[in-house]
Write a protein that binds this ligand. Structure first.
Ligand SMILES: Cc1cc2nc3c(=O)[nH]c(=O)nc-3n(C[C@H](O)[C@H](O)[C@H](O)COP(=O)(O)OP(=O)(O)OC[C@H]3O[C@@H](n4cnc5c(N)ncnc54)[C@H](O)[C@@H]3O)c2cc1C
Length: 334
């Protein structure tokens, strides 16, 4: 373990990627400072649903192993108090045809949902008995991170390990990170497009509606168009969603209306009141997540860790552990 307080590592970005790397490195004794233009609610991470589910990121042969590592780390956090993580039953459903169980889901005990495929709300909450909307599905237990609590939990854990966060700092180039820092970790999400720069990044805009708490016994996800999910949390429920190529970070009223209408239709309930809307830009990278060692012209090592698309929470710990390994084995370790 190293003696903390010296400025060893600068992390760019305070979303789930930057905070998770921050916790891992600071708890190993590195002196870590996170620099971020925006923190908290303004990040994409705060808009996420954020259930464990490999979705909208490449390549599968890396995403799945990172996801499985993260599953285990989050499962352990779910056993602790006040982390914002809990295990929940996830039902991945299809409106048409038979949905296969992916191999990664089989390894976690996924089972087919027995027909008729219903959403599980009580008769009292449903409008009336109706034909099931879904034709097939599979069910499994997965970690759910409540972003309203989990991001704070990561920040507190980082601070307790003597990590520092500097908010409101925007770098135009990675080389602007001040010289005392011996190594840099780039967790800039969609911001890496300009910062690196990297033309492979594509913004997959997502919008969700936070509605009042529903007595939904499991999370429902349906990938068939239109994308639909309902994720029950302790204090509310997240209705989704959208996925379009756009950089617009403002909520669109028509999207909210469509999301609430589709979720209410499939759950067969009266539309619940909308408490808030959230928008985030999923950092999708066409050639796949960039997690690799690079070098600045002044010789300092940079580990890039961005492009996690629609599953940044799902891969967060697996990626952070690989970041640590790359730093340790770089020619100039911090
Ligand atoms: C609607 C929606 C639902 C989602 N649902 C899920 C889900 O259920 N499960 C799941 O795993 N994932 C989900 N995701 C995806 C997930 O949210 C992202 O993959 C993840 O948040 C990316 O995290 P990040 O830390 O890499 O980036 P971000 O959260 O975007 O953070 C980037 C950070 O970098 C900073 N930054 C950027 N550029 C600069 C710069 N030049 N200088 C300084 N700082 C800079 C930003 O200010 C910010 O602090 C969802 C996303 C959306 C939008």
């Amino acid at each position: 373990m190293k003696g903390a307080a010296v400025p060893d590592v600068a992390i760019i970005g305070a979303g789930v990627s930057g905070l998770t790397c921050g916790v891992l490195l600071a708890e190993r004794g590195y002196g870590v400072t996170i620099f971020a233009e925006e923190i908290g609610e303004r990040t994409t991470s705060a808009a996420a649903a954020a259930i464990w589910f490999p979705y909208d990121a490449e390549p599968a042969d890396k995403i799945i192993p990172w996801s499985l590592v993260t599953y285990e780390r989050l499962r352990l956090l779910a056993e602790q108090q006040n982390t914002g993580v809990n295990m929940i039953e996830l039902r991945s459903l299809a409106r048409r045809g038979e949905i296969p169980i992916p191999d990664w889901a089989k390894s976690l005990g996924a089972q087919f949902v027995v027909s008729p495929v219903t959403v599980g709300l009580s008769d009292r909450e449903q409008k009336s008995a109706s034909q099931p909307v879904f034709s097939s599905g599979f069910t499994m237990s997965v970690p759910l991170t409540d972003t309203t609590r989990y991001l704070d939990y990561l920040r507190d854990r980082f601070s307790n390990a003597r990590g520092t966060i500097r908010e409101g700092v925007r770098f135009e180039r990675i080389g602007e990170v001040p010289r005392p820092f011996k190594a840099i970790v780039n967790c800039a999400g969609i911001g890496a497009g300009e910062l690196v720069p990297d033309r492979e990044l594509e913004s997959h805009r997502g919008q969700v509606a936070i509605v009042s708490k529903l007595d939904l016994p499991w999370a429902v996800v349906c990938d068939d168009p239109p994308l639909m999910y309902a994720i029950p949390r302790t204090r509310d429920c997240v209705f989704g969603g959208t996925n379009s190529t756009s950089y617009n970070r403002e909520p669109i009223r028509a999207d909210t209306d469509r999301i609430v209408a589709e979720c209410s239709r499939t759950l067969n309930i009266e539309p619940p009141p909308v408490i808030a809307t959230r928008v985030g830009l999923r950092p999708f990278r066409k050639s796949g997540v960039r997690l690799e060692l690079d070098k600045l012209s002044d010789g300092r090592p940079v580990v890039h860790n961005y492009g996690h698309g629609g599953c940044g929470f799902t891969v967060s710990w697996g990626c952070a552990e690989d970041v640590l390994k790359l730093l340790l084995f770089s020619p100039n370790p911090p």
